[in-house]
Design a protein around this ligand. Structure first.
Ligand SMILES: NC(=O)c1ccc[n+]([C@@H]2O[C@H](COP(=O)([O-])OP(=O)(O)OC[C@H]3O[C@@H](n4cnc5c(N)ncnc54)[C@H](OP(=O)(O)O)[C@@H]3O)[C@@H](O)[C@H]2O)c1
Length: 382
């Protein structure tokens, strides 16, 4: 059994560049190719991917997504040697991974990566490898140079596990964003907040991403981009058929580092205005605030005494006496969540009114320059 001698690295972006540099630094014979032609300093490259793979016993793919993998593999297929092993490190959907494995058969190793550019540079990646034993044995010395291999049953499973790993990263970024927004709302200094968060559950993320989290312009280069994470979350939501909080995509430029998404400002004040008017309506009992809050066409819907009710705005306003409830000082209301998507938004509020707790779910639209509630549905908790 021979170890592939020359390694073709196709895709010299963040991960491809770091892996090619690592392999070259460890004495491997590397020939790189990337669509744009840019090349890391220590890596020999060619402008023709066919030339790269013709010389190689192992082809390492570090391309953005499955369409890119298919395009590049189709382009070089005729130049691949019979004994060449293809190692694909891209994060793709389970079905896409299974399809690539089927097309390239026993010479295909699906090998998504846990870890980012620093881990690739240090040879400290975790590699979820799925392949026939023969191909994996041939790829192993190269993979061992890049990190630690965890063998997985098949390509689809490796791809699915990688998406789950990235979902936990997306969740951590959103948790960090929530903490930074709350801290900003309390007027806390960002550096002090990061010092404290670094000692908690998000410590590793905060420590690694601190330059991006300080809020100002940063010289640091994005290691893992918002666009790549959004791609992965969209793949996961589509594959699982199960909604996930981060699927709508983090609010930052696609080329920004994922940590920049954690610094996205809280929702604009304007979208909170109708929700505040709604809360004022309850606090004062004055229906004029509801007319400010809702569109005239709004309906207020929910279950009341076991029957579904759908009030028009006039009917709803008529329920209020024009003065505060006697126990108003003991009542409380809070906005739990707001999600804005351009000119539409959803929001959830909790109202504690004496013995009753209500969950109100709102659909909002931005019309005539301002936000209004288009509809409300509510649940009265037992
Ligand atoms: N960055 C990370 O921390 C990280 C960690 C684990 C896994 N991953 C995954 O690893 C893969 C690479 O990520 P990356 O961060 O290195 O991305 P990247 O910096 O954006 O690099 C993507 C590479 O794909 C090439 N490419 C994109 N579309 C192409 C197409 N249609 N045809 C040919 N080449 C194409 C780009 O070529 P040019 O730029 O030369 O045009 C570039 O070489 C992705 O699947 C990502 O999800 C990333």
């Amino acid at each position: 059994m021979t170890t592939p001698h020359t390694i073709a690295v196709l895709g010299l972006g963040r991960m491809g560049g770091a892996m090619a540099s690592r392999l070259a630094a460890q004495g491997r014979d590397i020939v790189g190719w990337t669509r744009s032609g840019r090349t890391p300093a220590a890596v020999t490259s060619t402008g023709d991917p066919n030339e790269a793979v013709a010389a190689a016993g192992l082809v390492l793919l570090a391309l953005f997504d499955a369409p890119a993998c298919r395009q590049v593999l189709d382009r070089v297929r005729g130049s691949l040697r019979d004994d060449t092993v293809i190692v694909n490190t891209a994060t793709v959907a389970p079905a896409e991974a299974a399809e690539l494995a089927r097309r390239f058969g026993p010479s295909y190793v699906h090998a998504p990566l846990i870890g980012s550019v620093p881990a690739a540079t240090a040879g400290d990646l975790r590699i979820l490898a799925a392949a026939d034993q023969g191909a994996l044995a041939r790829a192993r010395p190269v993979l061992d140079t890049l990190g630690t291999v965890r063998q997985v049953a098949d390509a689809a499973t490796a791809a699915a596990l990688k998406l789950i790993a990235n979902n936990s990263l997306a969740g951590a970024v959103l948790a960090l964003r929530d903490s930074l927004r709350q801290a900003d709302a309390l007027g806390l200094p960002r550096a002090q907040v990061l010092d404290v968060l670094e000692h908690g559950q998000l410590g590793g993320l905060v420590a690694r991403k601190r330059p991006f989290l300080l809020g100002g312009p940063t010289e640091a280069t994005a290691e893992f981009t918002v666009g790549a994470l959004a791609k992965d979350m969209a793949l996961l939501a589509a594959a699982s058929g199960t909604p996930l909080r981060s699927a709508a995509g983090p609010a930052a430029a696609p080329e920004a580092d994922i940590a920049v998404a954690a610094t996205a400002p809280a929702v604009a004040e304007a979208v909170l205005e109708p929700l505040r008017a709604y809360a004022r309506g309850h606090a004062t009992g004055d229906p004029a605030h509801f007319r400010d809050a809702f569109l005239p066409t709004a309906h207020i819907e929910g279950m009341r005494d076991g029957a579904f009710v759908s009030w028009r705005l006039d009917e709803y306003c008529a329920l209020f006496p024009g003065e505060p409830a006697p126990d108003e000082p003991a009542r409380s209301r809070r906005v739990d969540a707001v999600d804005v998507h351009g000119t539409v938004a959803t929001a959830t509020m909790t109202l504690s009114h004496g013995a009753d707790t209500f969950t109100d779910v709102f659909l909002l639209v931005r019309a005539d320059g301002g936000w209004r509630i288009a509809n409300k549905a509510y649940h009265r908790h037992d």
